[in-house]
Design a binder for this molecule. Sequence first.
Ligand SMILES: *[C@@H]1O[C@H](CO)[C@@H](O)[C@H](O)[C@H]1NC(C)=O
Ligand SMILES: *[C@@H]1O[C@H](CO)[C@@H](O)[C@H](O)[C@H]1NC(C)=O
Ligand SMILES: *[C@@H]1O[C@H](CO)[C@@H](O)[C@H](O)[C@H]1NC(C)=O
Ligand SMILES: *[C@@H]1O[C@H](CO)[C@@H](O)[C@H](O)[C@H]1NC(C)=O
Ligand SMILES: *[C@@H]1O[C@H](CO)[C@@H](O)[C@H](O)[C@H]1NC(C)=O
Ligand SMILES: *[C@@H]1O[C@H](CO)[C@@H](O)[C@H](O)[C@H]1NC(C)=O
Ligand SMILES: *[C@@H]1O[C@H](CO)[C@@H](O)[C@H](O)[C@H]1NC(C)=O
Ligand SMILES: *[C@@H]1O[C@H](CO)[C@@H](O)[C@H](O)[C@H]1NC(C)=O
Ligand SMILES: *[C@@H]1O[C@H](CO)[C@@H](O)[C@H](O)[C@H]1NC(C)=O
Ligand SMILES: *[C@@H]1O[C@H](CO)[C@@H](O)[C@H](O)[C@H]1NC(C)=O
Ligand SMILES: *[C@@H]1O[C@H](CO)[C@@H](O)[C@H](O)[C@H]1NC(C)=O
Length: 840
Amino acid sequence: MASLAAIVGLWTVQLLPSTESRDEPWKSYRLPDTLVPTYYNITLWPRLHPDAYGLFLFTGKCKVVFTCLKETDLILIHCNKLNLTSFDGHLAKLSAVGTAVAPSIQKSWMQEVTQYLVIQLKSKLRAGEHYELYTEFVGELADDLAGFYRSEYEENGEKKIVATSQMHPTHARKTFPCFDEPAMRAVFCITLIHDRGTVALSNGMEIDTTDSIHDGKPVTVTTFEPTKSMSSYLLALVVSDYTNVTSANNTLIRIWAREKAIEDGHGDYALNITGPILKFFEDYYNVSYPLSKSDQIAVPDFYFGAMENWGLVIYRETNLLYDPLTSSNANKETTATIIAHELAHMWFGNLVTLKWWNEVWLNEGFASYVSYLGADFAEPSWNVKDLIVLDDVHRAFAVDALASSHPLSSKEEDIIIPEQITEQFDTVSYSKGASVLRMLSDFLTEPIFVQGLNTYLTTFAYQNTVGEDLWNHLQSAVIETGTVLPLSVKDIMDPWVLQMGFPVVTVNTTTGQISQKHFLLDSESTFRRRSPFNYEWNVPINWMKTQVVQPRIWLLEKMAFNNNMKTNGNEWVLVNLNMTGYYRVNYDTENWERLLNQLSENHQVIPVINRAQIVDDAFNLARYNQVNAIRFACSTGVEECQNLTSIWYRQWMDQPYQNKIHPNLRSTVYCSAIATGGTEEWDFGWAMFQNATIASEANKLMSSLACAKNQTLLQRYLGYTLDPSMIRKQDASSVIVYIASNTDGQSLAWDFVRKNWPYMFTEYGVGSFNFASLISGITKTFSTEEELQQLQEFKRENSQVGFGSGTVALEQAIEKTKANIKWVSENQKEIADWLVARMA
Ligand SMILES: *[C@@H]1O[C@H](CO)[C@@H](O)[C@H](O)[C@H]1NC(C)=O
Ligand SMILES: *[C@@H]1O[C@H](CO)[C@@H](O)[C@H](O)[C@H]1NC(C)=O
Ligand SMILES: *[C@@H]1O[C@H](CO)[C@@H](O)[C@H](O)[C@H]1NC(C)=O
Ligand SMILES: *[C@@H]1O[C@H](CO)[C@@H](O)[C@H](O)[C@H]1NC(C)=O
Ligand SMILES: *[C@@H]1O[C@H](CO)[C@@H](O)[C@H](O)[C@H]1NC(C)=O
Ligand SMILES: *[C@@H]1O[C@H](CO)[C@@H](O)[C@H](O)[C@H]1NC(C)=O
Ligand SMILES: *[C@@H]1O[C@H](CO)[C@@H](O)[C@H](O)[C@H]1NC(C)=O
Ligand SMILES: *[C@@H]1O[C@H](CO)[C@@H](O)[C@H](O)[C@H]1NC(C)=O
Ligand SMILES: *[C@@H]1O[C@H](CO)[C@@H](O)[C@H](O)[C@H]1NC(C)=O
Ligand SMILES: *[C@@H]1O[C@H](CO)[C@@H](O)[C@H](O)[C@H]1NC(C)=O
Ligand SMILES: *[C@@H]1O[C@H](CO)[C@@H](O)[C@H](O)[C@H]1NC(C)=O
C-alpha cells in the first residue's frame, strides 16, 4: 500500500492491555488456532441507488469452507457492521463437508468490540474434518472509505456512484463474515450482481457475464475466476460505469477510470509503463507474474495513496492518472513510483505474505525500496534511484531522531486491535524500512540480495512468513556465493530492526578513531525505551579517501580505530557514499573544512548524493531550478513575482477554458495569486476546483486555496472540511494541514481542530480523517511555551474522547515542541548574529 499522506510518525503507547487474561475466547482480538478457511463462495449485490430511507445498501451471501485443526465447540469468525439474516433463530447455518457430521448450533451472537460472529455448538467439531458455514446479510455501502464502500463523482452534470473497496487491513469483515487475519489464506470465488450497463471487477478475471432478473430488477451477474490462495485483506470489488484502456503482451493489462478521463488519454501513461514494470519485476524476482491479468483502477475517494489488491490495484485518481497537458513532471514521477510500489507487492506481500501486522515494515519498506528500481527501469533517464535519499532516508531521519520513535518491528502480541494495526503504516515502516533494506542490498550486493529473494519467494509461494525467513534465505545466498560478512545477516540486521533510532558515526581523521552514538534531536530527551542492543548498531562503512573508493569496513562496537582513516595534508575522508547507510556522519573540523574546500574547488569527485548531503541542498542540485526560483521569490514577497503570477492568474480568470499556465508552475502561481488576491480570486479558484475533472489539477487548487490571507476565506474553507459535498472526506485532513502551513491560517486551523475534535473524532471522521498527519501537520512549527501549553491542554481536555491513531503523533508533537523551544532559546542569539551579519 502506498501511503501518500505524509504521516509523520505515529505509534501507540499501548492503548489497551493486551496481556490481560481473558477467559472468553470472543473477548480476545486474535482468532483461536482451531479453524482455518480454505475456500469462500461469495455473492454480493451493491445498490447504487438509495433506498426509501436514503441509505445505500448491499446484500450478500457467503459460504465458507473451513477445516478444523483442533477439536472445538466454538466458531469465531470476523464480522463487523453487517446485519445477518437469522435461520431458525441463529445467525448462520452450519453443514458438513464429506464425512463430517455438523453439530447443531446452541447459540449465536455478534460480539461488537472484537468484531466477531460467535457461534456456540452443542457438540464439537472434529479435528481433520471440513465444514461449511453459510450466512446472508445486509450491509451499508457507506461513504466511509472502508470495506465495500461508496464513492461519488459528477460527469456531464450527472451524479455517478461507484461501489469500491478497501479491505486492508481489517475491513473485509465489514463486507462478509470471514477469518480476517493475513495468515488465514483461502481461495475466493466471487459473484457480483450489478445494474445493467455497469462493469464489475474483482481480483480474478470475469469468466461469465449474464443478464438476469433479481428481485424483479433487471441486473447483470458477473462471475469471476477463483482467486489464488490469498489473504482476505487483498480482496477487491468494484462496480462502476468506467471504461478502460488495455494492452496484452503475455499478461492482460487494463487501466480503468471515469469515461472522460480515459477518453482524454489520462490512463495512457499508466498503461505505457505497467507492462515494462511487470516485466522488470518478473526478471528481478525471477518469478512469473502469478495472475492471469493486471487491472488498475482510479477511484474518486480513497483513503490511502493506493492499495495492492492482488490483480486489481485501486488508486487515488491523482496517483494513477496522468494528463500530459495539465500534470507536472512531479505528478508523472509519483505515478511511476506508486505503480511500481503496488506492482512490487504482487509478489512480495501477495504471493508471499507476512504472517502478522507486527512486520508491516518489511512488506512496505521492501515495496518502497524496489519501487525506485521498477520506476527507474520504466523511466531510465530520470535518475529516480537517487530520490530515495530525499524521499525516504531523510524523511525517516526526521521522525526516527525523536525519543518517541519506535523500532521497525514489534512483538506480535503488541499489535492486536485494529487501531494498533492501522498505526503500523507510518513513516518508520515505509521510509526507514526502505532505507535499511537499501543498506542491506548494498552491503550484500544486489545480485546476492536478489538471489536470496528469489528462493524466499519460490519456497514460500502461497504461504505466510516471518521476517526471519527472509534473513535465512539471504544468509543461504551469502553462503552459496562465498560472500564474507562479519556476522550473519540476521545478527547484522537485528539492531536496525529491533531498536529504534539510528547512529551518528563520528570519524576523527587525526587519530583514525571511528565511533557511534544514538542520534537524537534533543540529546537530553528524558523518555527513552530500553534497547536490547544498548543503542549500538552494526554499521557498514563504505567510504572514499581523496577520490579513491576504499574497501568497506564494519563498525561493530561503540568505538574502533582504523589507521587508514588518518589523513595527511590535503587528504579528506568521505563516509557513507551515496548515503546507502542509514546513519549520519560527523567528522573532525579539519576534515569538514577539507571536504568543503573540495566541494568549492572541484565538486565532481564527490558523488552527487553526498554533495547534496554535505551542503544540505539536495533539491536544488537534483532538479526543476526555475520552479524553485519562482517559488522562493514569490514566497518571500518579491513584488515582480507576485505581480507576474497575479497577471497570469487574471488571464485565466478571463478565459477559464484556456489555462495557459505551465503545469510545472501551477501550484506556485495559484498559491501566490490567491495569497495576494481577494475574494474574487479565491472564488474563482474554488469554482475551478469544483469543476476540475483531473485529480492532480484539483489537488493543486485545493492546496492553493489554503494560501489566502483573508481570515474569513480561510475560516470558510475550514468549515468546508466537515462537509463532504464540499471537500471529500479523503482530503479533509490535508486541507486543514495546508491551512495550518500558511502563517495566516496556522492559529485558525489549530483553533478549528481544538474546537471540533470531539465531533471530528467520534462522529464525522472515523475511517476518514488521518488524525496522525493532522496533529503532526498542524503542530510542526510549534516552538513557544504558549503553544506547548495549548497542546497539553488539548490532550487533557480530550482525554475522554481519545486520539485513536493520532495518539502517538500527539506525544511526538509535545516532544518536538519542547525540543523546538529549547533549540530556539539556545540558538536565538546565534541566529540573530548570523542574520545581522548577512544583512550588513
Ligand atoms: C457459489 O454459490 C452459488 C450459489 O450461491 C452457486 O450457484 C455456485 O455454483 C457456487 N460456486 C461455486 C464455485 O461453488
Ligand atoms: C441493521 O439493523 C439495525 C437494527 O435493526 C438497523 O438500525 C440498521 O439500519 C440496519 N443496517 C443495515 C445496513 O441494514
Ligand atoms: C475495455 O477495453 C477494451 C479495449 O478497448 C474494450 O474492448 C472493452 O469493451 C472495454 N471494456 C469495458 C467494460 O469497457
Ligand atoms: C512484448 O514483450 C516482449 C518481451 O517481454 C517484448 O520484447 C516486446 O517488445 C513486447 N511487445 C510489445 C508490442 O510491447
Ligand atoms: C504512451 O506510449 C505511446 C507509444 O510509445 C506514446 O506515443 C505516448 O506518447 C505515450 N503516452 C504517454 C502519456 O506517455
Ligand atoms: C531464474 O530461474 C531459472 C530457473 O527457474 C534459472 O535457470 C535461472 O538461472 C534464474 N535466473 C537468474 C538470473 O537467477
Ligand atoms: C553512487 O550512485 C551513482 C548513481 O546515482 C553511481 O553511479 C555511483 O557508482 C555510486 N557510487 C558508489 C560509490 O556507490
Ligand atoms: C579528534 O582527535 C583529536 C586528538 O585526540 C582531538 O583533539 C579532537 O577533539 C578529536 N575531534 C573529534 C571531532 O572527535
Ligand atoms: C506591481 O503591480 C502594482 C499594481 O499594479 C504596481 O503599482 C507596481 O509597480 C508593480 N510592481 C512591479 C515591481 O512591477
Ligand atoms: C475577506 O473576505 C470576505 C468574504 O469574502 C469579504 O467580505 C471581506 O471583505 C474580505 N476582507 C478583506 C480585508 O478583503
Ligand atoms: C463548470 O461546470 C459547469 C457544470 O458542469 C459548467 O456549466 C461550466 O461551464 C463549467 N465552468 C467552467 C469554467 O469550466
